[in-house]
Design a protein around this ligand. Structure first.
Ligand SMILES: Nc1nc2c(c(=O)[nH]1)N[C@H]1C(S)=C(S)[C@@H](COP(=O)(O)O)O[C@H]1N2
Ligand SMILES: [Mo]
Length: 162
């Protein structure tokens, strides 16, 4: 990449490390409130040199040189999605990843649990080798990665169409 910008990061001091960072709510058996330390307990993944590409201008806005995070799929598995009389794959379930400013990225159950894309939706807690005070969500298989790059992620809501 010719254009390499440092993505803004916010250092988490040790005092911040057990503040609640992420709430998982909605159609789940076990609503969760996770802090930085709780996220560390899940399997983690690292990605290098990932470009944030704008869907409007189709240009690279920034390149994250390194990030580390957990899979959204693993977080949802920990919260346990509610089932009814129908299997999950027959239910119109969607997952909203939301930021403190209300910005929202949408995923479907099938995208996360029944498609390759589920291997590439990350909740990122460490960026450029520094812990983040505010989480980010990123789907690295998106062609235009900026729209579903949710900065200051604080809630995952599981919902179902009626
Ligand atoms: N929380 C939050 N994250 C967001 C957005 C936003 O408005 N709020 N906009 C998205 C979009 S569409 C783009 S192009 C980039 C914009 O990043 P920038 O504001 O640093 O240019 O952030 C993405 N992530
Ligand atoms: Mo955008």
């Amino acid at each position: 990449m010719s254009q390499v910008l440092r993505v803004e990061t916010h250092l988490a001091s040790s005092a911040l490390s057990n503040l609640p960072l992420l709430q998982i709510s909605g159609e789940v058996e076990t609503p969760l409130i996770l802090d930085f330390d709780a996220l560390q307990e899940l399997p983690h993944y690292e990605v290098h040199n990932f470009p944030i590409v704008c869907a409007t201008t189709k240009t690279v806005l920034a390149v994250t040189q390194h990030f580390k995070g957990v899979l959204l799929r693993d977080l949802l598995a920990q919260a346990v999605l509610k089932t009814s009389n129908k299997p999950l794959y027959r239910q119109p379930i969607y997952i909203a990843a939301r930021a403190v400013d209300g910005y929202t990225a949408m995923f479907t159950w099938h995208e996360i649990f029944n498609a390759r894309g589920g291997d590439s939706v990350y909740v990122i807690h460490t960026c450029e080798y520094e812990p983040l005070a505010q989480l980010m969500l990123l789907c690295t298989s998106d062609v235009y990665s900026a729209p579903r790059w949710v900065r200051n992620l604080n809630r995952i809501e599981v919902k179902q169409l009626s």
